[in-house]
Structures are given as structure tokens and as C-alpha cells.
Design a protein around this ligand. Structure first.
Ligand code: ADP
Ligand code: MG
Length: 336
């Protein structure tokens, strides 16, 4: 059993109950049950979002007076643990990061080693650009040892578009000389039927992550696709704000899992053909800056010449915006 399992908060006694965000909001002065409910459903469901709200926003959504709104905001700020970490702690965290290789040298080099644990990586691109193929490749390769470019890890695969194919896992596993039955056992798949279900699945994933799968720590969580259900469920013009709020909350759950359990979260996203919000940019990803700001690594995928695919790193905080050409083969991802 790997020591990586349960690196999150330890609960030694079943009776220990930690204060939930809901409890914390209920405990704020001036917040009764009805006000708490109104705050929760409008996305002010944690101390952070309340701390950074304007009094006017809380007046609007909760129907409290401006004076009360101020009191609530100040109390939330007081209660909030801002989570400052020393540079040294952050360096230690950086040192624990695992990089999942793809099997394509050019692609790994573009990512300075591979897809990182501890954060969200997003691939966005048109249909057929190989977003789901990369998800399958990672789901197998994360099971390789660290020396082989994996993380000795298991996988949670949240499938929003019914694209998970065990047959494809078998092909890629065989190409690497792995026992494909074992590889399949170490991948837990759940189909998301709508955006609420998807959000719930992400939250419930934590239970599996705490336990591990077959004694292996979960080192990869796939969300393929991150945005399609949200896009379908909130398609009306007036629904954009709610959609973005929910998507933001969803991504915060994913980010927390990535951060807390040092796992790689890989999400896929589509592009808008003719975005009305981003004139002049035909490659704008769905979800706008909510998704963009929450993904530490963003890769734009497109089809290249002769059946190749091209990945381009976008807005990386510390890597150059470079491109990598690759092809999808029976074995997975390969250099051209
Ligand atoms: P997206 O998720 O971006 O819509 P996919 O990842 O599903 O795209 O598909 C990318 C490409 O991978 C497809 O064009 C398909 O032809 C190719 N592909 C799928 N399986 C194989 C395979 N076994 N061998 C070679 N290419 C494959
Ligand atoms: Mg796909």
C-alpha cells in the first residue's frame, strides 16, 4: 500500500465532525436560516465568496439591509483563514509534483516533463482534435512507475460525453506491455448525466481518493468534457451568469482535489465556433475566463497536416507558449 493514500485531512474518529462551509455561513451574525439558504443557492456558498462580495450584491441576493450586508462581509473576513503559505512550503509542494508523460517527447517537452499533479490541466479544441484520446493515454500511463514516466497511480474517469472506451484502454496498455485487466481495474468510471450530477460526482470523488483504488493512490482525475453539460443545461442567454457561477464552483472542487491530494486533474473543453463574447478569436474556449483562470495549464489542440495533431501551450505562468506536433496511433500518442 502506498503511503500517498490519505495524504488529505485525517479523521481518526468517526464522530469527529468538521464545520462545513454551510455551518460557517449559518454562524455569521445577521444570517438566519432563510438568509443562509438564499446565499447558498446564489453561489455565496463559502466564506471566501462572501468576503469578497460587495454589500450591494448581498442586499440583492439575500434581501438584507446594507448595514447587515456589511456586518456579514466583515464577519466572514474575520473568520476566513486566508491560507497564506511560506515560499518554502510552496517550494516543497512544487517538489512533490509528479509529471505524467504522454509517450510523445515533443508534447512532454512542451509541458516541461508532462501533465502536472497538484493542478488542473485543460485541453480545448474542436471535435476530433484528440482531447478524449489524451485522457485515455493518461489513464493508462499514470499507472506506470515514476521511472517510466507515470505515478504508480489509479484513475477516476468522469465521463460527460460517453466517450470512455475500455477497448481503447486495452490497446494502449498492451502497447506498453502492461496487464490490461489490471489497468482496467484501476480506473473507476462514472458517467455524468447532467451538470448537477457532474458536480456531485466530482464532490463524491473525494471518498474514493481518500481510500485509493486497489491499494493505489488516485493520481489522475479526468473530466471529459468539463463544459458540455453546462453548455446544454444553461443555454439560454439569461442563464450565462448562473452557468458561470456553477462552473466556477465545480472547478473549485476539482482544484481543491488536485491541490489537497496532489493529483493531476485533466479536463477537456470545446471551442466556440462563433463566440459572441470574444470577437476576432475563433479559438475561444467555452466557459470564458472562469475556466481559463482555474486551469493552470491550458493546451489548445487542433488538427494538423496528414492526420497529425498540434498542441499549443497557452498562457502558462512559467513556460513559453510553444507547440508540439503528435499523432494518435494504436499505442496512444507518438512523435511524428
Ligand atoms: P475529441 O475528444 O477532441 O473530440 P478524440 O480524442 O475522440 O477527439 O479523437 C481524436 C482522434 O483519435 C480521432 O480522429 C480518431 O480517429 C483518433 N483515434 C481514435 N482511436 C484511434 C486508434 N486506435 N488509432 C489511431 N487513431 C485513433
Ligand atoms: Mg472527446
Amino acid at each position: 500500500m502506498s503511503e500517498d493514500i490519505n495524504e488529505g485531512p485525517q479523521v481518526t474518529d468517526g464522530t469527529v465532525k468538521t464545520e462545513t462551509e454551510e455551518d460557517k455561513i449559518n454562524g455569521l451574525p445577521g444570517v438566519g436560516a432563510a438568509t443562509a439558504e438564499k446565499l447558498m443557492v446564489t453561489g455565496f456558498d463559502n466564506l471566501m465568496s462572501i468576503s469578497v462580495a460587495s454589500p450591494g450584491q448581498l442586499v440583492d441576493v439575500a434581501g438584507v439591509t446594507e448595514a447587515t450586508a456589511r456586518k456579514i462581509i466583515y464577519a466572514a473576513r474575520d473568520k476566513l483563514d486566508m491560507g497564506f503559505e511560506s515560499g518554502e512550503d510552496l517550494l516543497k509542494k512544487r517538489e512533490q509534483i509528479v509529471k505524467l508523460t504522454t509517450g510523445c517527447k515533443a508534447f512532454d517537452e512542451m509541458l516541461a516533463g508532462g501533465f502536472e499533479s497538484g493542478s488542473i490541466s485543460e485541453c480545448f479544441g474542436e471535435f476530433g482534435s484528440s482531447k478524449s484520446q489524451i485522457a485515455h493515454v493518461l489513464a493508462v500511463r499514470v499507472q506506470l512507475s515514476k521511472d517510466q514516466g507515470g505515478a504508480d497511480g489509479s484513475v477516476i474517469f468522469l465521463d460527460g460525453e460517453s466517450t470512455f472506451r475500455p477497448e481503447r484502454i486495452i490497446q494502449i496498455a498492451n502497447g506498453l506491455g502492461l496487464n490490461h485487466e489490471e489497468v482496467l481495474k484501476n480506473i473507476k468510471v462514472a458517467r455524468a448525466f447532467n451538470s448537477d450530477h457532474q458536480m456531485l460526482l466530482a464532490e463524491k470523488s473525494e471518498d474514493i481518493i481518500k481510500e485509493g483504488i486497489n491499494g493505489l493512490p488516485v493520481k489522475l482525475l479526468v473530466m471529459d468534457s468539463l463544459t458540455s453539460h453546462f453548455r446544454a443545461d444553461f443555454s439560454g442567454r439569461g442563464e450565462l451568469a448562473v452557468r458561470q457561477q456553477k462552473l466556477n464552483r465545480h472547478m473549485h472542487v476539482l482544484m481543491k482535489l488536485a491541490n489537497q491530494y496532489n493529483l493531476c486533474v485533466y479536463v477537456t473543453n470545446q471551442v466556440m465556433a462563433k463566440p459572441d463574447m470574444f470577437f476576432g478569436d475563433p479559438t475561444a474556449a467555452i466557459g470564458g475566463n472562469i475556466v481559463g483562470h482555474n486551469s493552470q495549464t491550458r493546451i489548445y489542440l487542433r488538427k494538423g497536416k496528414k492526420g497529425t495533431r498540434v498542441g499549443k501551450l497557452i498562457d502558462s505562468p512559467y513556460l513559453a507558449d510553444t507547440e508540439a506536433i503528435f499523432k494518435i496511433t494504436e499505442n496512444g500518442m507518438e512523435d511524428v
